[in-house]
Every structure is written in C-alpha cells, then in structure tokens.
Design a protein around this ligand. Structure first.
Ligand SMILES: Nc1ncnc2c1ncn2[C@@H]1O[C@H](COP(=O)(O)OP(=O)(O)O)[C@@H](O)[C@H]1O
Ligand SMILES: CC(=O)N[C@@H](CCC(=O)OP(=O)(O)O)C(=O)O
Length: 316
C-alpha cells in the first residue's frame, strides 16, 4: 500500500474526513450484500451453471453488458458458467428480409434446408457478439456450435398430433429440427478448465453430417443434464411462468407443469422451455430457473441473495 492510500480510500469510499464514514449506511449495505453472497459462493464453487440467454432478452445493449458482467463474475468466484444462446427473433427477422416463410409448431421452427442455413448464419453472428461482450467485461469466452469437435450429435425431432376428427395420431414433419442425442462434455470441460467460458450456438450435426436447428432451450437443458450442472437458468422476456391471471408462479414441479400444459396456461415458446426444465431436473440438474432477462443483473440476484426471482423448477 502506498503512503497516500488509507485502508478506506477505495473508489467508492465516500466521505474522506473524520470517522463518520465508518457508519455510512450505504457502505455498510454494500458490505452486507457481499457477506450475504459468501455462503452462496462457497456452496457453488466448482459447480457448473448453464445459462440460456434467449433471443428476446438480447435486445438492449446495456442489459447485454450486465449479462456479460454476471457471467464473468460467476467465473471469477469459481463457478463454471456455460452459456447457450438463442436468437429466434433475429432468425425470424432475417428470414423475413429474405422473403422466406417460417412457421412454428409447439414453439419449434419448421426448418427446411434454406432455413437451416440462415439460422446457422444468424446464430453464428450472435455467438460472436456474446463472446465479444464477455471479453469486454474482462472474461475469456470461446464460441462454438455443436458442430465444433462434433460435440453435439443431433437427431431429427419426431412430432405427432392427434387429428380431432379421426382421433388418429399423425406425424408432423418439422424438417431439420434436431435434438441432442449425444453431447461430448470433454470439449466444455477443456474450455472451462483453461479458465474460459464456453458460449454455445444451438446447432447440432447428424450422424450423416446434416445440420440441425435445435431449440436453444432444448440445447441448454441437454448440456446441463450432460454436465450434471447444479443450475440451469433460462433468461427470457417475462417475469417467469405466469398463471392465467398473469401472476408469477414462483415454484413448480414437473406434475404442476404437466397440468399447466393441459389447461393451456403455457403456450408458444414457454412449452419447449418448461419441457427442458422438466427433462433437466429429472436427469439430475438440481434446479432450473426461468428468469426475467429484462431485469438488470437478474442472475446475480437469484444466485447470490436469499431473495429468489423468477420461477424455480425442482423434481417433485
Ligand atoms: N404461462 C406463461 N407464462 C409466461 N410466458 C408465457 C406463458 N405462456 C406462453 N408464454 C410465452 O413464452 C414466451 C417466452 O418464450 P420464448 O418466446 O421462446 O422466449 P425466448 O426467446 O426468451 O426463449 C413469453 O414471451 C410468452 O409470450
Ligand atoms: C428449432 C427451433 O425452433 N430453433 C430456434 C433456435 C433459436 C432459439 O431457440 O432462440 P430463442 O431461444 O431466442 O427462441 C429457431 O429457429 O428460432
């Protein structure tokens, strides 16, 4: 320490004269926030957290900066964050610009070869943006898709729908929509062990080399399950899962989610999101959380304070 520096002369040390600042409530509140975080830091050190950053949560550059800072902070306190990103709205905008029609079935984009190519291109650009934000926040990120080192082998998603007239199950062809069949976690561990943060684009490769468009929630859940992650965070553009009266549901089990789906409370993109959460917790992930990505530092508040945010999903 230099001669001119005193123990309280940090950038935010407040009034410099007298002893009053020792009891400065703002300073004490900051110290309390840090000590409140301590048991959580101790509990989670060395654990993997998978964070899915949705396309809807990406719009605001300030929020993107906050998100990157949160991820870098997790890494700095010994947690291994793994980022999986979406980009649905951005893919939709590009398809529109190029005059390509697009439709969704249960939150999944029907994907022909041209759509798969465009999705891969748009997701690749988003991937590098996130890598750059993390770099700007002082972290080191490596951007990869499931094609890199072939780490996500995908297979075609098969869906059926019951025809209301004949009551017969009919196959629906979603094209090149894939789901992870096998994930090679050694690639992620190599990146994490080297002090870097993997940033994953939701593209997989089939046994035959075919490119598959994977819903980013599905990808995140599969990565979390394969890693045996402690937490799966799904950042989106709503406060969490809402009931029919738009009230936040703060805790859900897989049985609750099945009932919400049957009675139509959840629809669209929330369907694959919650399917993912159920799958992840049933595969051993301790908990999944649907979080509001519009709230600055939503993830830090959820992880390092005792006030929960969003909707927590645990195995029943
Ligand atoms: N019960 C529900 N509670 C909250 N959101 C819901 C519900 N049912 C459907 N949704 C929709 O799910 C959307 C989130 O999914 P999605 O659009 O795929 O987001 P993201 O791009 O962040 O993954 C919300 O914006 C909302 O429109
Ligand atoms: C098969 C499928 O639906 N793939 C998604 C992949 C991106 C995604 O999931 O992005 P969000 O998380 O932002 O919605 C798509 O084409 O939109």
């Amino acid at each position: 320490m230099s001669d001119t520096q005193t123990p309280n002369s940090g950038p935010d040390s407040g009034p410099s004269s007298g002893g009053d600042h020792v009891h400065d409530p703002a300073l004490l509140a900051k110290a309390e926030t840090l000590t409140e975080a301590l048991p959580f830091m101790q509990r989670y050190a060395g654990k993997s957290f998978v964070v899915k950053y949705g396309g809807h949560a990406m719009g605001d550059p300030e929020l993107a900066r906050d998100f990157a800072e949160d991820v870098v902070l997790l890494k700095a306190v010994g947690i291994n964050p793994v980022v999986v990103h979406g980009g649905g709205p951005q893919i939709g905008a590009m398809l529109k610009r190029l005059g390509v029609q697009s439709q969704f079935v249960d939150g999944l984009r029907v994907t022909d070869q041209e759509t798969a190519n465009i999705a891969e291109m748009v997701l690749g650009a988003i991937n590098k943006d996130i890598v750059t934000w993390i770099g700007a926040a002082g972290g080191k990120a490596i951007g990869i898709s499931g094609k890199d080192a072939g780490f996500v082998r995908a297979s075609k998603v098969e869906r059926t729908k019951r025809d209301p007239d004949s009551n017969i199950e009919q196959a629906i062809d979603l094209g090149f929509v894939g789901e992870p069949e096998a994930i090679d976690c050694s690639v992620l561990k190599t990146i994490s062990d080297a002090g870097m943060i993997p940033v994953i684009s939701p593209i997989g490769v089939g046994a035959d080399g075919q490119t598959y468009n994977i819903n980013a929630d599905t990808m995140a859940g599969a990565v979390a399950a394969a890693l045996g992650a402690s937490r799966l965070f799904l950042l989106t553009d709503v406060a969490g899962v809402l009931d029919k009266a738009k009230k936040l549901l703060s805790d859900l089990t897989p049985a609750d989610i099945a009932a919400l789906r049957t009675d139509g409370t959840i629809s669209g993109g929330m369907i694959p999101k919650l399917e993912t959460c159920v799958h992840a917790v049933e595969q051993g992930v301790d908990a999944a959380v649907v979080l509001d990505g519009r709230v600055p530092h939503a993830m830090l508040l959820e992880i390092f304070t005792s006030r929960g945010a969003g909707t927590l999903i645990r195995a029943g």
